[in-house]
Design a protein around this ligand. Structure first.
Ligand SMILES: Nc1ncnc2c1ncn2[C@@H]1O[C@H](COP(=O)(O)OP(=O)(O)OP(=O)(O)O)[C@@H](O)[C@H]1O
Ligand SMILES: [Mg+2]
Length: 462
């Protein structure tokens, strides 16, 4: 059994809400007369996080994510329940909350470092690293109140991450800052992971959760309603946020009653399939494998429109799902309109097994959307594409956009609607996901002797 880093047992949090701030005072001065409304921000949360895991926490706004992190960090006490945390915690909750605006960056680094439990000597040793990470140059000796918000956040993050925590908690902190800085933050999170640390990560960014986390939980209205494979949890979360308001409650109940173990097995299955199928013998022809159907398909709640029968064919119309690199294919699905719809557009998206979204397309621009599709219509959309993907397994989404209450929404969407494998080939030089059709040329720069490759096709020019 792996060591448990964080354990929550039946944790609930009740906030008191007062209609007027002065009521809070009245309640203290005149006990007996309760003036507060009770609000349960978390209800009966049970969670065990094994050491070394990275857990993503997703949920709609106000669902209780930050409350949960604050309880684990110890900055909030739960109303009921038990919290156990093992190891040094660094929480990036409210970045820079310990900073004094009148102090310089340097003074704040030392002040904050001490607050986070570092010794003076430790901070001195780390100081150059911290300033290099924050990348604020000479501003380090200016009062923090003169900083831009980006500089402020970068310095706060740099200090918080410098404590080399056993448990790192990040609450949306990465949403601020530019891409280069985000990249550095992710690299730091990876280094915590590599050291065997535990990470809790709140984010609305699906890709980050899927890429970074070994597991994820979905919190809704204070309930932990789903936990497991990040890709499935994120898809369910999306299904929830895109659901029409009158369908949300039914959906919540559905998720709550879902068999978690079954869900977990499903998600593990497809990754295993994907791996074993990668090593099948080489085939140069696009083929169809009837067993290759996604087990992770999630269909969003319908808004009067239904996507049906997504499939892939060759240009000649032969149904396939074992593709050959660099050939052309057609991704087709039909759409049944049970109600008249306006400003209609169709979408597709391709993802990797880990859920990384690598490319997509729309059938029309916003300006050129189909003005009106009458109730009862059935349309078919075909996306022709060239397979510039490396051998591996990929998933297709399908989506129909249209107007609802004047805003463009998904009228229907299917996650992992279809899957395909790009077949392995011998001697592929390209690596990773995208096939950029790269060609390499090597030439001599000075006159030293070189023994070229025996291979006739070598691009070595001597
Ligand atoms: N100090 C407080 N007093 C009263 N209610 C609070 C307090 N702090 C949070 N809440 C309420 O508790 C609920 C959960 O808040 P929390 O900040 O944990 O949500 P969240 O999931 O982090 O939301 P977001 O995605 O917007 O950051 C919200 O409805 C919020 O209004
Ligand atoms: Mg929050």
């Amino acid at each position: 059994m792996s060591e448990i880093a964080i354990s929550l047992k039946n944790v609930s949090k009740c906030y008191k809400r007062y209609a007027h701030p002065v009521d809070r005072l009245k309640e203290i001065l005149l006990p007996g007369k309760i003036r507060a409304d009770e609000f349960w921000a978390l209800r009966d949360i049970n969670l065990e996080v094994p050491k070394g895991q990275t857990i993503g926490i997703v949920g709609r706004n106000g669902s209780g994510k930050s409350t949960l992190l604050q309880i684990i960090a110890g900055t909030l006490t739960p109303t009921t329940g038990e919290v156990k945390v093992k190891g040094r915690v660094s929480a990036l909750l409210e970045l820079g909350s310990g900073f004094n605006p009148e102090f310089t960056g340097r003074q704040n680094v030392f002040f904050n470092g001490r607050l986070l439990g570092l010794e003076q000597k430790e901070i001195e040793a780390k100081f150059d690293d911290i300033t290099a990470f924050a990348d604020i140059g000479d501003f380090i000796d200016q009062p923090v109140k003169t900083y831009s918000s980006g500089m402020f956040i970068r310095l706060a993050f740099a200090v918080a991450i410098s404590v080399e925590p056993d448990i790192l908690m990040v609450d949306e902190a990465l949403a601020v800052g530019d891409e280069a800085f985000q990249r550095k933050c992710f690299a730091r999170i990876h280094s915590v992971q590599e050291r065997g640390g535990t990470v809790l990560f709140v984010s609305h960014a699906a890709t980050s959760v899927i890429e970074l986390c070994s597991s994820a939980v979905l919190i809704d209205q204070g309930d932990l309603i789903l936990s497991g494979n990040p890709k499935l949890v994120v898809s369910s979360y999306h299904k929830l946020i895109y659901a029409p308001t009158d369908k949300v409650e039914t959906l919540r109940q559905e998720l709550l009653s879902m068999d978690h173990q079954d869900l977990e097995n499903k998600s593990l299955n497809y990754s295993k399939d994907a791996e074993t199928k990668l090593s099948l013998p080489l085939r140069k022809q696009a083929l169809y494998d009837p067993h290759m159907v996604p087990k992770s398909t999630i269909s969003y709640v319908l808004c009067g429109v239904e996507i049906k029968q997504p499939y892939i064919t060759t240009l000649e119309g032969k149904k396939v799902n074992l593709l050959v690199r660099r050939k052309d294919y057609i991704y087709t699905y039909s759409i049944k309109f049970d109600q008249t719809s306006y400003k209609v557009r169709f979408a597709m998206l391709i993802k990797t097994v880990s859920g990384l979204e690598i490319g997509g397309a729309m059938s029309h621009t916003t300006q050129n959307a189909i003005e009106c599709v009458e109730q009862g219509s059935i349309l078919q959309v075909q996306f022709r594409f060239r397979c510039f993907l490396q051998p591996g397994v990929y998933f297709f989404n399908a989506g129909v956009h249209g107007l609802k209450d004047e805003a463009e929404v998904y009228l229907h969407r299917i996650i992992d609607a279809a899957m395909f494998r790009v077949q392995a080939e011998n001697d592929v030089l390209e690596t990773l996901i995208i096939d950029f059709q790269t060609e390499a040329f090597v030439s001599k720069v000075n006159s030293k002797s070189i023994t070229p490759s025996n291979n006739q096709h070598s691009k070595l020019v001597v």
